[in-house]
Design a binder for this molecule. Structure first.
Ligand code: NAP
Ligand code: ZN
Length: 360
């Protein structure tokens, strides 16, 4: 069993945890390690609520180690710096996303793709190098290895930037892989308009593409077009609209959190089109062969992004002034927010005001 009682875990932290698959979040006091030579200590200011947090607190994927302190969309300010850390100073505005540790030696770690290291450990529900279970950003303080920390550009708000650390990088990375960063004018589809989906729409528009949102919620059409700048909106449950969309898109990003078939989505791709899947429903998605082979289409996956890419994404967002549309909540509203997230009732990301800044 991993040890929360590791001897150098001396710092007392106040956080919020779920203790079983009811997913109910309650206040939780725990210990974090002392700030090591490679570490920075961060006063957590804001933490986004990702659907992955919901999957974890409910044990949807069967991998949760309780108590779980979720949160991997963290922004805050550095309060301590280890002696080996040269690139951060006390007072820097920083962010921490999904990654807490990797082997640092494999081909992926050596080539700035540590998100694909097979020993990758996550910011929560992971096992750190010292054997302790990692606890995430629903807490007032974090100790992070500096290699998994990025800077938040000065012009971005710390609350609205927090979800970039997961939602933002998770959609940026496959967009980059599909050459959407530097070749404008493509037809891009974003399946569903949730936390990931809404940032994807903003990025794809900012990169100069024609953007189609494919959603189960007709009520999101006006906002998708007027606020987020989408060019076209398809209600995925409307067969006629789906028929009209056939063979229109070069690249589609699927960010759906619930079980669904990829067949109708593949039909929307042109011949040779690519479907990049980032959503992670607990049950396998259906992948019928006909829409795949008749259009020589490809399906690929993508898991968050590397640290280098995460910094690149933050800098691009700084340059283009991209942040998330958020609903700021206090920690005592986390359970209500998780319930609303489960009901698809959020526009488009809950962010927890961990440090109580909005009360000042
Ligand atoms: P979210 O904010 O809850 O958005 C999910 C969206 O899915 C909803 O807004 C809704 O959009 C749509 N949806 C909900 N129920 C549906 C259903 N029954 N059928 C079809 N569509 C449905 O979630 P999120 O935070 O964006 O996360 C989305 C998924 O990505 C989660 O599974 C999460 O674990 C995963 N994820 C993966 C990575 C990665 O590295 N690959 C990183 C982060 C998150 P509409 O109302 O528009 O249909
Ligand atoms: Zn996430």
């Amino acid at each position: 069993m991993a040890l929360q009682s590791t001897p150098n875990h001396t710092q007392t932290v106040a956080g919020w945890a779920a203790h079983d698959s009811s997913g109910k979040i309650v206040p939780f006091i725990f210990k974090r390690r002392e700030n090591g030579v490679n570490d920075v200590t961060i006063k957590v200011m804001y933490c986004g609520i990702c659907h992955t947090d919901l999957h974890h607190v409910k044990n949807d994927w069967g991998i949760t180690m309780y108590p779980v302190v979720p949160g991997h969309e963290i922004t805050g300010v550095i309060t301590k710096v280890g002696s080996n850390v040269k690139n951060f100073k006390i007072g820097n505005r920083v962010g921490v996303g999904c990654l807490a540790a990797s082997c640092l030696e494999c081909e992926f770690c050596k080539n700035s793709q540590e998100n694909y290291c097979d020993q990758i450990q996550f910011t929560y529900n992971g096992i750190f190098w010292d054997g302790s279970i990692t606890y995430g950003g629903y807490s007032n303080m974090l100790v992070a290895d500096h290699r998994y920390v990025v800077r938040v550009p000065d012009n971005l708000r710390m609350d609205a930037a927090a979800p970039l650390l997961c939602a933002g990088i998770t959609v940026f990375s496959p967009m980059k892989d599909c050459q959407l960063l530097d070749s404008p004018g493509k037809k891009v589809g974003i399946v569903d308009l949730g936390g990931l989906g809404h940032v994807a729409v903003k990025m794809a528009k900012a990169f100069g593409h024609h953007v189609t949102v494919i959603s189960t919620s007709p009520s999101k059409e006006i906002e998708a077009k007027q606020r987020l700048g989408a060019d076209w909106f398809i209600v995925s449950t409307d067969d006629e609209q789906m028929q009209r969309g056939k063979r229109t898109l070069d690249v589609i990003l699927d960010t759906v959190s619930a079980h669904h078939s990829l067949g109708p989505i593949l039909e929307l791709l042109k011949v040779n089109g690519t479907l990049a899947v980032v959503g992670a429903p607990s049950r396998p998605m259906e992948l019928p062969s006909f829409p795949l082979i008749f259009g020589k289409r490809a399906v690929r996956g993508s898991m968050t992004g590397s640290m280098e890419e995460t910094q690149e994404m933050m800098d691009v967002c700084g340059k283009l002034n991209i942040t998330c549309d958020i609903e700021l909540i206090q920690p005592d509203q986390i359970n209500e927010a998780l319930d609303r997230l489960a009901r698809n009732d959020v526009r488009y990301r809950f962010v927890i005001d961990i440090a109580g800044n909005s009360k000042l």
